[in-house]
Design a protein around this ligand. Structure first.
Ligand SMILES: C[S@@+](CC[C@H](N)C(=O)[O-])C[C@H]1O[C@@H](n2cnc3c(N)ncnc32)[C@H](O)[C@@H]1O
Length: 199
């Protein structure tokens, strides 16, 4: 019997609960990293839109393996107890001048990962344009703070604007592509833009 969309969502949620992650989104990063090898032990990683903290915890446990640093920035606090010792938590708008100055102090970064998303309204035009704005801001952050040969992952809601962001990334990285992890809900219009090896 085919697995329904909701069953699939539930199985990821249950697995996240069993493995101690606050959100099922961790399995998107797992797949992105297993297929693209973005982060290594010892790296300094910036996680933009990090709360509640699944991606941050996965990077700590599985990717830098306790060696390196994760700067986790979100409008809201992380829901990790305890916050791992490799994590520097910064609460605020990642694109404000004040927070960007803090991020610069902690960088440069070998990898920037962004799962940042706007509060959704249900209006796809509004939601995609807000998501595109966030994605553009993350690209600017990467231009400022990503180390040479660094990697970048950005979530974006597909509404047409992803092509312009990808075009900018093709000028910044040796390889840039769009990728949809299997762990994304079937009805989700999110996609991830991946830049590998900053020139
Ligand atoms: C889907 S959640 C991220 C989930 C996270 N990757 C995890 O695995 O736990 C999206 C997050 O983006 C954050 N966000 C949106 N705009 C932001 C901004 N300007 N600065 C920092 N965080 C932002 C939201 O507060 C929200 O927590």
């Amino acid at each position: 019997m085919a697995t329904s969309r909701r069953d699939k969502a539930d199985s990821y949620t249950q697995r996240a609960h069993r493995e101690g992650y606050p959100a099922r989104s961790v399995y998107k990063l797992e797949e992105i990293d297993q297929t693209h090898h973005l982060i290594r032990p010892g790296d300094t990683v910036l996680d933009v839109g990090a709360a509640p903290g699944s991606w941050t915890l996965y990077v700590h446990r599985e990717l830098i393996k306790g060696r390196g640093k994760i700067v986790a920035c979100d409008l809201n606090p992380l829901r990790l107890d305890p916050v791992p010792p490799t994590v520097v938590e910064i609460t605020g708008d990642a694109f404000s001048r004040q927070i960007r100055e803090r991020l610069v102090e902690e960088g440069p970064y070998q990898c920037i990962i962004s799962d940042a998303a706007p509060m959704t309204t249900g209006n796809r035009t509004v939601d995609t344009s807000r998501s595109e704005y966030l994605a553009e801001q993350v690209v600017l952050l990467a231009q400022e703070q990503l180390a040479p040969h660094g990697n970048l992952v950005i979530k974006i809601f597909q509404g047409g604007g992803q092509e312009a962001v990808l075009k900018t990334m093709r000028g910044m990285f040796r390889k840039a592509k769009a990728f949809k992890p299997k762990a994304c809900r079937d009805d989700s219009f999110e996609i991830y833009l991946i830049g590998l090896d900053r020139v």
